[in-house]
Design a protein around this ligand. Structure first.
Ligand SMILES: *Cc1c(COP(=O)(O)O)cnc(C)c1O
Length: 237
């Protein structure tokens, strides 16, 4: 089977899964954006996916994302979503290609992104990444990304305060060892609290290859799906 055929088959199966999950939740599939996470896979795969109608692609490392975006700059309709942990010294690079950043988890990062976006004359959509673990009673883990508790609103405030940024909503990864339905219900509750202050923050980036159904049921608008479409990542962690 050619790579194009392989991708086409897996993409169709994933789109069908998303449509089925939407129907089961009484939602319109048209309100869901499938972000295909292409990290570790070559730009040629992204090009093939674009040929199959994919517009939204996700990456988690600036160096890799920037190189692919440059190589594919002839595809003007491609929207790059940055979904990985982001250091402030990378923001100037990221705002050059990213239409949205799903991993804004510190006010300081929001401020740096905002300044870089303004300088570059770009409008960057932001999702505040939430660490759901504390609210679910899990052990703290210093390496885990995301804001928790009152910090979620503080980061949202910092995004909303910046003219170069647009606060789109919240993002989370369901912690390991927890029922994803329970994790995403907690995310939905957090989103409700944020919307009392920022009514425009209506979007929810949640759900990956293994738990997109539970995310759709909980109100996700952006599904970040990698391995179900591209296969298992080389040297996957
Ligand atoms: C890699 C990644 C995904 C995609 O995960 P799959 O399980 O391969 O679908 C989604 N979100 C983030 C933040 C990722 O880093």
């Amino acid at each position: 089977m050619s790579r194009e055929h392989e991708l086409s088959t897996a993409l169709a199966a994933t789109r069908e899964r998303v449509a089925r999950a939407a129907r089961a939740a009484g939602r319109d599939p048209a309100e869901l954006t499938l972000v295909v996470v292409t990290k570790f896979f070559p730009a040629s795969d992204v090009r093939a996916l674009a040929g199959l109608g994919v517009r939204d692609v996700g990456e988690n490392r600036d160096q890799e994302a920037g190189a692919k975006a440059a190589e594919l700059s002839d595809l003007p309709d491609l929207h790059w979503h940055f979904v990985g942990q982001l250091q402030t010294n990378k923001v100037r690079s990221v705002v050059r290609y990213a239409r949205a950043v799903h991993s804004v988890d510190r006010a300081r990062l929001a401020q740096a992104l905002g300044r870089a976006a303004e300088q570059a004359g770009r409008d960057v959509g932001c999702f505040v990444q939430v660490d759901l673990a504390p609210a679910l009673g899990l052990e703290p883990d210093a390496a885990r990304a995301g804001a928790a508790g009152e910090d979620v609103l503080r980061v949202a405030d910092a995004v909303a305060a910046h003219p170069g940024l647009r606060l789109r909503g919240l993002m989370a990864v369901a912690p390991r060892g927890v029922d994803p339905a329970r994790a995403f219900a907690e995310l939905a509750r957090t989103a409700e609290r944020v919307r009392r202050v920022h009514p425009g923050a209506r979007e929810l980036s949640a759900g990956m290859s293994g738990d997109l159904e539970q995310a759709v049921a909980a109100g996700a608008t952006h599904l970040r799906v990698g391995s179900a479409i591209l296969g298992s990542r080389p040297g996957a962690r």
